[in-house]
Design a protein around this ligand. Sequence first.
Ligand code: AP5
Ligand code: MG
Ligand code: ZN
Length: 213
Amino acid sequence: MKIVLLGPPGAGKGTQAKSISNRYSILHISTGDIFRKNISENTPLGVEAKRYMDNGQLVPDEVTINMVKDRLKQDDCKNGYLLDGFPRTVHQAEALDEFLCSRGESLSTSLLIEVPTDFILERMTGRRVCPSCGASYHVKFNPPTKDGKCSVCGSEVIQRKDDTVETVQERLDVYQKQTQPLIDFYKAKNKLSVVDGTKAINEVFEDICKILD
Ligand code: AP5
Ligand code: MG
Ligand code: ZN
């Protein structure tokens, strides 16, 4: 199974990706997580990505596409994967199609987690993430342990640097201009499934399972 997760910032892509990856035993590949790991290790890729991410802008296509292709060529991708946060532009989606086609493969489906803008600010500003294992929490909707530790691995959870009100607004604008066109892109290929992302986390997951089962 090869799946693309679509949806605005804060839709719950990362949250659902963890559960999907567990249930269907497929690899979860988040471009945002890869960039953040590179930033924390201060690699050249991290230094470049940080310039864009801190402002809520997209990292340039060429950088992102090459990074993802390299990742998808690795052995652990053989049993399928779930792409979270990629593609994010039509150019990236076309590059993914070409990559899959050149290997005689194809996408199973794209899965859009639909959430209107007015839900997003509360989700983003209340989000806490685990810097070690990447688990995502929310102070109100999905809290970590009482003393602010990750329930999966016990690390101290933190707030993402791009989860400020200004940067979230910019990320939403970028989403509408550059990523939203992918909904029509996949619809035209008959590869779009949609779930209502305003429901509770476990209900959204049940709806996703109904589609993927
Ligand atoms: P990325 O890390 O992908 O961020 P994003 O797309 O903005 O999405 P988020 O991770 O913010 O949201 P999410 O949908 O994963 O929500 P989550 O599950 O955490 O990208 C960051 C940056 O990297 C980009 O801005 C860009 O600069 C760069 N980048 C990445 N990929 C790129 C690409 N392909 N090309 C170019 N640049 C790229 O949930 C959010 C919160 O809501 C959490 O607190 C969660 O607990 C809560 N929540 C989730 N579901 C529910 C629910 N159903 N009800 C209530 N609360 C919920
Ligand atoms: Mg995410
Ligand atoms: Zn953790």
